[in-house]
Design a protein around this ligand. Structure first.
Ligand code: CTP
Ligand code: MG
Length: 218
């Protein structure tokens, strides 16, 4: 059983308060684009987590998609939103967790992450960084980690449900991605190398690139 949780309960602060999940990009909303990718990746059920005020509208939006089994409200933080969605997943198999704000993920990459998680227990999509990354404190460079060892991780991230349940129960703080929950248990998370254009729409600068990617049918 492959369950997908699509996270769409953010408020888009860095985009000036625009709820980016509902932005129309070339005729289709960001959320719709993301959900469609998981339908095409043939997951068994899709749970959408959205803002409380949007639950009814989102239910309506996806009423013709049988794969979308639940639409529920999120929490204050991303981790709380995942938790709300996870409680509604069927029990066995793996859960794939995806940011609605990454609508350009490749269907084949979703499948690869799912297979890797089924094989190993935990996997994420990611790309090696191409910039040199510096560790900076108060505007001053403190150190330069080896670039060959650095990856930018993306979503989906996928885990055995049994493992993820334990990680959520043991969680001591609120993380910005789900790998950290598993890492905190001392368990390996495997990286599936994806594509740089699986961007997370975050700031206004991302919007023109997003429009371009949509035009390219990604
Ligand atoms: N998200 C969520 N619940 C939250 C916070 C975020 O479901 N409490 C979702 C967002 O909708 C998004 C994804 O998690 O699809 C990644 O989060 P991010 O890019 O940070 O989106 P926002 O939180 O909306 O943006 P910002 O941080 O700028 O407010
Ligand atoms: Mg956020």
């Amino acid at each position: 059983m492959r369950s997908a949780i699509i996270l769409a309960a953010g408020s888009g602060t860095r985009l000036g308060g625009i709820k980016k999940q509902f932005l129309d990009i070339s005729g289709k909303t960001v959320l719709n684009r993301s959900v469609t990718k998981f339908v095409d990746a043939e997951v068994d059920e899709i749970i959408i987590v959205t803002l409380e005020s949007e639950v009814c509208a989102v239910k309506e939006m996806f009423s013709n998609l049988h794969k979308v089994t639940h639409v529920t409200s999120g929490g204050k933080t991303r981790q709380q939103s995942v938790k709300n969605g996870f409680e509604l997943c069927k029990d066995d198999g793996i859960v794939l967790i995806h940011d609605a704000a990454r609508p350009f993920v490749q269907v084949e990459n979703i499948k690869e992450v799912a297979r890797k998680a089924e094989e190993t227990g935990a996997a994420t999509l990611g790309v090696p960084v191409t910039d040199t990354i510096k560790y900076v404190e108060c505007g001053v460079i403190k150190s330069t980690p080896k670039r060959e060892l650095l990856y930018a991780v993306q979503t989906p991230q996928a885990f055995s449900k049994e493992l993820y349940k334990k990680a959520l129960n043991d969680a001591k703080c609120d993380y910005t991605d789900d790998c950290q929950l598993i890492e905190s248990l001392g368990i390996d998370v495997h990286v599936v190398v994806g594509r740089k254009d699986n961007i997370k729409i975050t700031t206004a600068e991302d919007l023109s690139y997003a429009k371009l990617l949509a035009k390219m049918n990604l």
